[in-house]
Design a protein around this ligand. Structure first.
Ligand code: DCP
Ligand code: MG
Length: 386
């Protein structure tokens, strides 16, 4: 019999907010949300004190990216409009987002975790999976060492769940947030997992959850008890059988240590809806800026892409996309801008626009393209002596 794996899921606590509190430690313990613009940055007054933007002063359409746990206690949270948040907590502090800082701390915490458990899967800015199976050490002690290393490298806390697979680990890291350390074996599934709502399973989204609820299934335990064939009839064969296995905590997916991005995109929601003709110059400037940002992202990731696409959301929230494929992959802002401009000619522009996005897909790594375009003799880079 093979021993169960030891898979950890690590998720940073109130990530963007916690990074901001490193900069403004005087705000610790207060309700703070992140989501403002640079004008909302705290101002250092001549008498040495600070003045902070408060939610009640905010006017605009921005959303909260995250909130400190003190702000969550007042009902604030990710994806809520800032003005809506202001109704619940007018005095909460608003800080602007600073993605560069979050990316910096993201790199630091990942390096710290990988120094102890090198088999790491990157799941985005504030989460990773780690395979601890072959790392020497007792599980709890190991998980604590990883938490300590993350704190030493960043000054930030995280929550870790360690279980036999990724599906359970992801649920588990959330069970004792913030600063959690939760271990769970297959024998704990009935007591710890089954009472949880079905949507706690990563892969059961709002739509599936709604359908399950309509069928009388609210908890993971109720899902586990459902007839697997009936689930397949309701949800289709593949998703239905996955639901059954997930509810029983079955998941054999390995840790994936390398992944290539499939596309790079940037989008922006306007302060006010814009019209293609009346606001032409403003739109054009935003459009160009998005293309430049996408080009910068491509450069940083050292990839090139062939498919250039745009996304428009109209004032009635309907959304459309268009794309074209170029003969050669590019990371050049002007080329992307031209191609995206072509796409724009193919969409109706009578309605006002709410959002504009630019995407580059079908990515290939720069190194692959360069080596493929070399002459046969050059490949490998060894000098030839004649
Ligand atoms: N984020 C965002 N918009 C969302 C959700 C999240 O911009 N709708 C950003 C801000 C978060 C970060 O991603 O800080 C990580 O997301 P999490 O869901 O892990 O949330 P937090 O780390 O903020 O809090 P938690 O302690 O619950 O993990
Ligand atoms: Mg988090």
């Amino acid at each position: 019999m093979t021993l169960p794996r030891r898979i950890a899921h690590l998720d940073m606590d109130a990530f963007y907010a916690s990074v901001e509190l490193l900069r403004y430690p005087q705000l610790r313990g207060q309700p703070v949300v992140i989501g403002g613009r640079s004008v909302d940055a705290p101002k250092h007054l001549p008498d040495g004190s600070w003045r902070y933007a408060r939610l009640r002063d905010y006017v605009g359409r921005g959303v909260i990216t995250t909130a400190t746990y003190e702000a969550r206690a007042l009902g604030l949270g990710s994806a809520m409009g800032i003005m809506k948040g202001a109704k619940l907590a007018p005095d909460a502090v608003l800080l602007p987002v600073d993605f560069d800082a979050y990316r910096h701390y993201s790199r630091l915490f990942k390096a710290a975790a990988a120094s102890i458990a090198p088999l790491m899967e990157d799941r985005g800015i504030d989460e990773i999976y780690l395979d601890l199976t072959d790392v020497p050490g007792e599980t709890r002690e190991l998980a604590q060492r990883i938490k300590d290393a993350v704190r030493a490298a960043t000054g930030l806390s995280c929550s870790i769940g360690v279980t036999p697979n990724k599906l359970l680990a992801k649920i588990c890291s959330d069970l004792d947030k913030p600063d959690g350390l939760t271990l769970l074996g297959r024998e704990d599934i009935p007591t710890r997992i089954w009472p949880l709502p079905a949507r706690k399973i990563n892969g059961i989204g709002p739509k599936a959850d709604e359908k399950l609820a309509a069928l009388g299934i609210k908890t993971i335990g109720e899902l586990a008890a459902a007839d697997p064939l009936w689930l397949q009839e309701q949800f289709g064969r593949s998703y239905g059988s996955w639901l059954h296995e997930a509810a029983h905590g079955i998941d054999e997916r390995p840790i994936v240590t390398h992944s290539e991005p499939k596309s790079v995109s940037r989008e922006t929601t306007f302060e006010h809806d814009l019209h293609a003709r009346q606001d032409r110059s403003q739109l054009s400037e935003i459009f160009t800026r998005l293309c430049v940002r996408v080009a910068e992202d491509l450069m940083r990731k050292e990839v090139l892409g062939k498919t250039i696409g745009i996304k428009l959301r109209y004032d009635d929230f309907s959304t459309i996309t268009r794309d074209i494929t170029l003969p050669e992959a590019t990371a050049d802002a002007a080329t992307i801008r031209r191609a995206a401009g072509e796409c724009l000619k193919r969409v109706p522009l009578q309605r006002r626009l709410r959002l504009l996005g630019v995407r580059v897909g079908h990515l290939e790594s720069r190194a692959d393209i360069e080596s493929a375009s070399m002459q046969p003799g050059e490949q490998g880079g060894l000098p030839l002596f004649e």
